[in-house]
Write a protein that binds this ligand. Sequence first.
Ligand code: CS2
Length: 495
Amino acid sequence: MSDFDLSKLAQGIETPGYARRNLRPRLLHLGFGAFARAHWMGYHQDLLNKHPELDWGVIVTDLNYNADRFGQLEDNDLYYSVLEYSDTVDHTRVIGSILGTAHPARNGVDGFFAPFLFPDLAVVSLTVTEKGYCLAGGELDMTNADIVHDFADPRAPLSAIGALVEALRRRRDAGLDAFTILSLDNLPANGKTCEKAVMSYARKLDADLAAWIERNVTFPCSMVDRIVPALTDESRALLRERLGFDDPNGIVGEPFRQWVIEDNFVKGRPDWDEVGAQFAADVEPFENMKLRMLNGTHSTMAYLGYLSGYETIAETIADPDFRTLVYDAMTREIAPTVTVDADLMAYRDALIHRYSNGMLKHRTWQIAMDGSQKLPQRLLNTIRDRLEMGEPSIRLCLGVAAWMRYVSGEDENGEEIDVRDPYAERLVFLGKQAKSNPDAMAAAYLGMTEIFGEDLPNNARFRKQVTAHLSHLLSEGAKATVHRVVHNGEALEEE
Ligand code: CS2
């Protein structure tokens, strides 16, 4: 029985202002993680609330994750809740636009692909995280285990890339038209990146199909932003207090949200700009701003904060040295590389305010995950631009060194770190082998060209800076190193 009896929910909880029976399956989302549930699904509900006559319903799907989640969602009549939470906002909403779910583990392969064959399906959006695109050095990684599997068994794919191509094949073979593929992941030029991965896979698999996809599918880029940590016992309890029951699909996020989308859809799209999203001809400047300013400092805080014993971002940014580090990194090193029609200093100040949201309990360990997939767009591309400008990147290089210190797998008390990364085993192995020798450790990690490319490891300035930071991190620890950089930053810039 569903826990969601909408007529019995506490006052003040937002319920759908539209009738689900009027919706048709026109949107399909792949990757029903925390972010998607709290971000674009919220915009979409706002739009349906504003225009209850619209018929844009949503199917949610996933490949390797969340099978149980879908059972629970169905038990709850396909409703779930979102709490938008800060010291000034406390708003609970019940999202009601989902029409159905599909998951290979629950529905079988044909069941998974069935909703992709709804004739009216117009947009397939995805949040599959950085590693879900199976890239190495910006190209589809033909040695990736899921991709290798999918080439061998393309009708029952494991990867998102394989699934998109198989879904399009089924549509073409059924005489249906294609759909727009809308990446909502934190990758630079995410639409183009997704297109590149899809097209490399399709071309190798089936040239005719690849040509059909090329003619019929668009891959708009988008910049997405909302901080939505994984649920903790504490945030689950907060939501339970408001709902009166436990929602296994409930999620808690910050009130802030932003969504900039390239207006390039093949079969129409909802007018999400009526509810605060923005359509733009060129999204890359916004993506760069967000990936470099927000995600770049997020990752820097995650590694340094974790090593310093801070459990959350709010705790980390409450340390005045860390706050200064993040402030200076954005002001002196990142902002000068970003050209966008926005006030970057106001953006910086808003970010520091958002990081300080103590209600969110965003764990440094969570953000530290998958660094090998995140570093290039969050820190390394910015460093490349700085090198080209002939300018220093003291603070950004500290972020890179902190990643190395972190993935070496042992914290400052000699305890093991639970490193989560597609390359975790190799990273920890390299760290152990280097035996706390900064030169050996930096050299070992810089040898991973799939992360650092060929250019950065050969750049003496970059190498020297990262190795020097790593040496301090290993000998003095993270807090002391941050203190040094914050207090001697300008002198270090002259070095
Ligand atoms: C975070 C992001 O986990 C991470 O790596 O940096 O999920 C971040 O919270 C979002 O990009 C904010 O929009």
